[in-house]
Design a protein around this ligand. Structure first.
Ligand code: GAR
Length: 196
């Protein structure tokens, strides 16, 4: 039985999709905690309703990124994770933190990487006038949004699309893609330590 810790910063809809898939597909894994850097994160209530332990490590209480990451790491490690899942966790992580979870931390990003790293990916896609957009699940490495790609979901950009419509259609795909990749990791179909 693998232990999964999910990190969120807000709504947590990807986290909810993962929790739902873990239950309905009887994963050989359990979500041991949902941790947020924001007390106000809406997703925490859902996790609590599901009986999943939650914790908040507020970045506002730390003056440096290193101190925050060390506190976050200590909190995460109390839940003995085999896999750390970033699901809308909007913090840049220190190389030390990333190294500590090398080969066991993944992220979902709302673009077809390597296109459109960073923020406002739907706006970036519209500005670049691409015909296809989507989401990517990747291994977390020290360089933001650059780790080995584990899976992607694509949608067409259609006439009249705006940031909101693109975000909604991409998010729908994220909710399928992220649980699917995590299940493959749990089943051993994807081996994170083979990814370079
Ligand atoms: C998702 O679209 C996710 O891909 C994105 O934030 C949203 C979180 O939604 N993540 C990033 O932009 C990471 N840089 P959620 O809280 O409802 O899962």
């Amino acid at each position: 039985m693998k232990n999964i810790v999910i990190l969120i910063s807000g709504r947590g809809s990807n986290m909810q999709a993962i929790v739902a898939a873990a239950t309905s597909q009887h994963w050989d894994a359990r979500i041991t905690a949902v941790i947020s850097n924001r007390q106000e994160a809406e997703g925490l209530a859902f996790a609590e309703q599901q009986g999943i332990p939650t914790a908040v490590v507020s970045n506002k209480q730390y003056s440096t990124r290193s101190e925050f990451d060390a506190a976050l790491q200590a909190q995460i490690d109390q839940f003995a994770p085999d896999l750390v899942v970033l699901a809308g966790f909007m913090r840049i992580l220190t190389p030390e933190f990333v190294q500590h979870y090398a080969g066991r931390m993944i992220n979902i990003h709302p673009s077809l990487l390597p296109n459109f790293t960073g923020l406002h990916t739907h706006r970036q896609a519209l500005q670049a006038a691409v015909s296809e957009h989507g989401a990517t699940v990747h291994v977390v490495t020290p360089e933001l949004d650059h780790g080995p790609i584990l899976g992607q979901a694509r949608i067409p950009v259609i006439a009249g699309d705006n940031e909101e419509s693109l975000a909604a259609r991409v998010l729908e795909q994220e909710h399928v893609l992220y649980p699917s990749v995590i299940k493959q990791i749990i089943d051993g179909t994807i081996n994170l330590r083979d990814q370079h």
